[in-house]
Design a protein around this ligand. Sequence first.
Ligand code: NAD
Ligand code: UDP
Length: 388
Amino acid sequence: TTRVGVRRNLDGEQVRPLKLCIIGAGGFIGSHLCEKLMWDTHHSVLAVDVYGDKIQHLLAPGKSWSDRIEFYKINIKHDSRLEGLIKLSDLVINLAAICTPADYNTRPLDTIYSNFIDALPVVQYCRVNHKRLIHFSTCEVYGKTIGSFLPADSPLKKDPAYYILKEDESPCIFGPIEKQRWSYACAKQLIERLIYAEGAENDLEFTIVRPFNWIGPRMDFIPGIDGPSESVPRVLACFSNNLMRGEPLKLVDGGQSQRTFVYIKDAIEAVLRMIENPARANGHIFNVGNPHNELTVRELAELMTDVYCKVSGNPRPAVPTIDVTSMEFYGQGYDDSDKRIPDMTIIKKQLEWEPKTPVYDLMESTLTYQHTTYAQAVKKAMSKTLAN
Ligand code: NAD
Ligand code: UDP
C-alpha cells in the first residue's frame, strides 16, 4: 500500500501481505522491526506492548502506513485479548521479556516468570490456532564456552572448537543455582525446548532466534532521563550515560569478557527474511550476530570513548575507565558469559544472510543518535543536581 510493490522471497515466490502479531513491539528490537515493516514492506502489524513510546513515530495519524499498524497496550501476563489478536494474525513474533542482566540476579522470579511462564500461553495459542511462531531467545542459552574451563595457558583456548557457538552442536553451560545470573538463560532454554517439542510432537511451525548483542539507537534507556535513575541498563546505555556525564566508564571484573556486536539494522534484515521465507526458516534455531565484530568490554569502552569524542566534539576524559567488582555493580549472584562468537553456517545456508556493518560504523551512528537525543537533557539534569 505504500511505496512497496510486489515482494518476492528468496525463492522468487510472491509474498502476500501478512498480518503479524508482534508482542514486545514497543521495545528496542520491536521498534526497529515495526519501522522496517512499515517503511519497506506491505505487511500489517498488531503491535502489543505495555509501552509504546519507542514506536510513537509510527503510530502518529496520517502516515502512509497508518492503516497497517495498530497498537494494543496490553500486559500479556493478564489480558484476555491476547488470544483474539493471535487468532487474527498469520504469524506471531514474541519479543516480550525481562532481558537486562542487572535484573537476572536481583529479580530472578520476575525474570523466570517473564521469560518462561508468560511466554507459555503465547506458544499454546499458536499451537491451538495453527499460527506460525517466531520466538526470541538469546545467545545466552549457550552460557559459558567449553574453553572457559581450560587452564589460562592452554593452547586449546585458541582452537575455535572450544569457543564457537553452534546451534546444533554446542552444549548449554550454566553456573550453579546460587549464581542467579543464569535464571534468564535457563528460562529461555526451557521455553526453547518446549517450542521445539511442540514442533516435534504437535507440528507447531516455529523459528527460534538467538540474538548476539544487537545494538543501535533506542536500546534501553538513559537512567534518570527516560528510565529510573537507579536502574542499570545494558552496557551500551551504561557507557553512553557515563560518556554524556563525563564520568569514567565502569569495567566490571576487569572488562575481560568478550562480546560480538551486530548493528540492529543488519539483524532486522535477517528477521525479515525469516518472516518472508517460512519454508527456509521453520523448524530452525538461528544465531544472529556478527562474528567479525568481537571486542573485550575494555576495548568496547575505549572504542566508545574515541567515537563519542569524535561525534560530540568533547575532549578525551582524563580518567576514561575505572574498575568495579561485579559484587559492587550487580550484587550477589552475578556471573558472566566469557565469550560469544556465533557460528553463521545455518543462517547463511538457509537465509543467505550475512551481517554487513563494521563495529566502528555501527558505533558512530549509534553514538550520534545518543548524543543528539540525550546530551542536552543529561547536562540539564546534572546542573539541577548541582544546584540542589
Ligand atoms: P526490550 O526490553 O527493549 O524489549 C522487550 C519489550 O517487551 C519491552 O518493550 C517490554 O515493555 C515488553 N514486555 C515485557 N514484558 C511484557 C509483558 N508482560 N506484556 C507486554 N509487553 C511486555 O528488549 P530487546 O532488546 O528489544 O529484546 C527483545 C527480545 O530479544 C527479548 O526476548 C530478549 O530476551 C531477546 N534478546 C535481545 C538481545 C539484544 O541484543 N538486544 C540479546 C539477546 C536476546
Ligand atoms: N558491563 C560493564 N560495565 C557496565 C555495564 C556492563 O563492564 O557499565 C559488562 C558486563 O559485565 C558484561 C558486558 O559488559 O560483561 C555486557 O553486558 P550487557 O549488560 O550488555 O549484557 P550481556 O552481553 O552480558 O547480556
